[in-house]
Ligand binder design. Structure first.
Ligand code: GTP
Length: 268
């Protein structure tokens, strides 16, 4: 290491963060946002998947402090650089609380997750990217939410009914958040949602597959309401899921706006 890196910090430096604020306003979340960082996600078929997350780390700040200690968030993160994953989220949150002296810590990992899919007829393999998120909060107790955004095809039942030919169809994004009592694989959660759509989407389709997905969507018309209801029924049937929030956005092909629906519920 060069001498430059070994320089000592001057003996006395003012610590602005520790000074008092007199406005009597506590802050709900303060910290660092959008840090790019490698993480490891448990993979149902390959044990582990290495990916890169955008990370948000926040704590609460009592009213009397001027500022939080931004550098300590990164220090906590760096202590776990070898394996940030769902298993040590609780540990990281506990360390954030203790290093920052806060009552509440919040950690969000937003990352692409890849699953190999096979085209429906040709069986051609391809990797699909799903945007996923893990949201952990540690206050008196630990709370964990798993989120996946799943692109699917939706085909409009009204359009099919009233039109002499065709039906408008589009790509939709179903965003599912769950709390669970026993581990749920991202692979399973994603498959449950894809099974509810007019048709799944794929990264790679040959002509015979394209015909199959076109006809599958036509045979399974779905309003945005049908999508969130179908996913609700599915998640209600999974006993480990204690809470869910299901959102669906259809990027309408006949409008320059989206159709949207949301259901939040629980199994208890
Ligand atoms: N609280 C706060 N810090 C900020 C902000 N923007 C930049 N910083 C910087 O975050 C750094 C401070 O982090 P600290 O963790 O307090 O640094 P430190 O006092 O050297 O570290 P400790 O000794 O662990 O407290 C400084 O460089 C600040 O200027 C801000 O909006 N709020």
């Amino acid at each position: 290491m060069s001498n430059h890196h070994k320089q000592q910090r001057p003996a006395v430096m003012p610590d602005m963060q520790q000074s008092r604020d007199t406005r009597n306003i506590a802050i709900d979340k303060v910290g660092v946002k959008d840090i790019g960082y490698p993480i490891v996600v448990m993979d149902k078929y390959r044990e582990k998947q290495h990916t890169v997350a955008r990370i948000n780390m926040f704590v609460d700040l009592p009213e009397h402090f001027k500022g939080t200690h931004m550098s300590r968030f990164i220090e906590v993160l760096n202590q776990h650089h070898a394996g940030i994953s769902v298993e040590n989220m609780e540990t990281i949150l506990t360390e954030m609380k203790s290093r920052l002296g806060s009552g509440r810590a919040h950690l969000e990992l937003d990352f692409p997750y890849f699953i190999e899919k096979r085209a429906p007829i040709s069986g051609a393999r391809s990797l699909m990217e799903y945007q996923c998120r893990m949201i952990g909060t540690q206050a008196e107790t630990y709370d964990f939410i798993l989120e996946a955004s799943i692109p699917v095809t939706s085909l409009c039942p009204c359009s099919k009914e009233i039109s002499e030919r065709g039906a408008h169809n589009q790509r939709s994004i179903v965003t599912v958040q769950i709390r669970y009592s026993e581990h749920i694989w991202l692979e399973d959660l994603i498959e449950w949602v894809e099974d509810c759509a007019s048709c799944p989407v794929y990264a790679l389709l040959k002509r015979e597959d394209e015909k199959a997905v076109t006809e599958q969507a036509y045979d399974n018309p779905m309003f945005v309401e049908d999508m969130v209801r179908a996913v609700t029924q599915k998640l209600r049937s999974i006993p480990q899921i204690s809470w869910f929030k299901i959102q669906c956005e259809n990027f309408e092909s006949i409008h320059n706006h989206s159709a949207y629906a949301m259901v939040e519920g629980g199994n208890n």
